[in-house]
Design a protein around this ligand. Sequence first.
Ligand code: WT7
Length: 647
Amino acid sequence: MSDKAYAVTPEWAGRAWIDDAKYQALYERSISDPEGFWGETGRRLDWIRPYTKVKDTTFGPGEVSIKWFEDGTLNVAANCIDRHLATKGDQVAIIWEGDDPSKDETITYSQLHERVCKFANVLKAHGVKKGDRVTIYLPMIPEAAYAMLACARIGAVHSIVFAGFSPDSLAGRIDDADSHFVITADEGLRGGKTVPLKKNTDEALERCTKGGGKVLVVRRTGNPVPFKDGRDLWLHDELAKVDADCPPVEVGAEDPLFILYTSGSTGKPKGVLHTTGGYLLYASITHQYVFDYHDGDIYWCTADVGWVTGHSYIVYGPLANGGTTLMFEGVPTYPSPSRFWDVVDKWSVNVFYTAPTAIRSLMGAGDDHVTKSSRASLRLLGSVGEPINPEAWEWYHRVVGEDRCPIVDTWWQTETGGILITPLPGAIAQKPGSATLPFFGVRPQLVDDKGTPLEGAAQGNLVLLDSWPGQARTLYGDHDRFVQTYFSTYPGTYFTGDGCRRDEDGYYWITGRVDDVINVSGHRMGTAEVESALVTHPKVSEAAVVGYPHDLKGQGIYCYVTLNTGEEPSDDLKKELVKHVRHEIGPIASPDIVQFAPGLPKTRSGKIMRRILRKIAEDEFSALGDTSTLADPSVVDDLISNRQNRK
Ligand code: WT7
């Protein structure tokens, strides 16, 4: 191995589903005979009508069409619940750990079945049908999982909006999905603070121009909230009116399961659409092999169901595998920075999956918070969302995992549905900071900016040469944008938007986005979205937003703002602009740095040269490159001399 590596131990090679020999053989088979490989693995699901076709995919040039198991039918809820009832009815499916450490609940597969059926009957009673889009704006409470599975049970398509998004962001997503049913809660509770979800929903619905309809409200905190008769429904009232008999609907493998909005480099968020059969198969097989999940294991992914990680690795993957999945309502630092490890000990968690930003912040809080817990149950650790710096990786390994637990650094995206590049704990030696090698069926390639493939050790843009079953099929209502965004940069391939290095051992090291998407604490944010929010402020004339390295968040949001003539820059105005962006998009889009700029570096044709703004934000003043093509090269000196201190 060319770098420091952590070898697979004999114990792991012995216990894991996949050892080195199996990885080699199965990977080779999955690439040389995808039809055969996926045709066989597809049988891990229960099909109502078994498929006869396996793969029908093309990445263009020209038409882009992705179909897997096209003529098969199934039901996702039946696969995640009903088929486990005979053997695991009394096994815990979901452990819920509340924000307040004294609040928790365990839900067995039988209970999950009953609750999901009743929830689905409530949806049906209010006219929700197969194919209808249902917007879910909920905190991390069991009802979020019931709502997802209830939609799946009746063939409705869920669109979850992260509960940290603003009313405006929620309204945009309700309208874009043309959704006429919203599920929310009175309030959310995180770190002891309430989040006004019902109030936000009311505001959103006032702004909707297309979507809207009924609002189903879960009582979470019990604090009084405004209620609109005829439109708003309390879940507990509705549940009292329905029975628990709800047969799962037969759904085509290529019928939609969910839409999830994510940020792109331009324009408004994109409604990434995932379908039923291939997605569930991919979530389930990756959950089993990457986390080496065995019956009886307690598995905890700390993500929120508002992101794809929560979809695939809190709900669908673990439940399809008949597992026990822990759902956490709170935050890593409440009531203290020991919370994660207290929860690990409380429930004897075996597999723990979190994000680098959380690891870095807990690392900063000091080892004592970790070492005072036992963590004896932990066997495997995972990381996702952004590149993990080797220092944080080593700390996670040594302090949290006591040098005993392999770390799976899993690279994937909302669009990929499941993990694509990752170590398998019994098969692949880990190198801190590398996502290592592709999962079965995944064909990564590095290309230069012209699209020429790079061989051997190299650095370039990461593309994927062929489809895998979990891949997104389209952007809701905008297939052209799907083709344009992912398949036109390097025709005939799926472009990930990530830069990547491959070392001499063939290991992949993701270096971060190469487009105008920034990754803030593992959450994607389009610079264009933040810019649009800034320019809606009455004092702002123009804005340009870039990412810069941030110790805790990975990347921070750096905003260059030009004010309207006559407006005075001030610290108060900076604060006001930060507040404005939070209000427009949500707290995750909070600018870290605002710099007032009398002029932005533009080409003579008026295009903002972001490369220069990025370099200034990164403090790389010597690497600005050629500035002579700028319409007014002197703006650069001003930008440098007014460079704001990093936080
Ligand atoms: C982007 C996708 C996939 C769930 C969470 C984020 C970055 C994700 C890693 C990793 C390096 C990573 C990439 C990717 N990313 N995981 N293990 N190492 N980078 O999903 O919001 O769709 O963001 O997150 O840049 O493109 P997402």
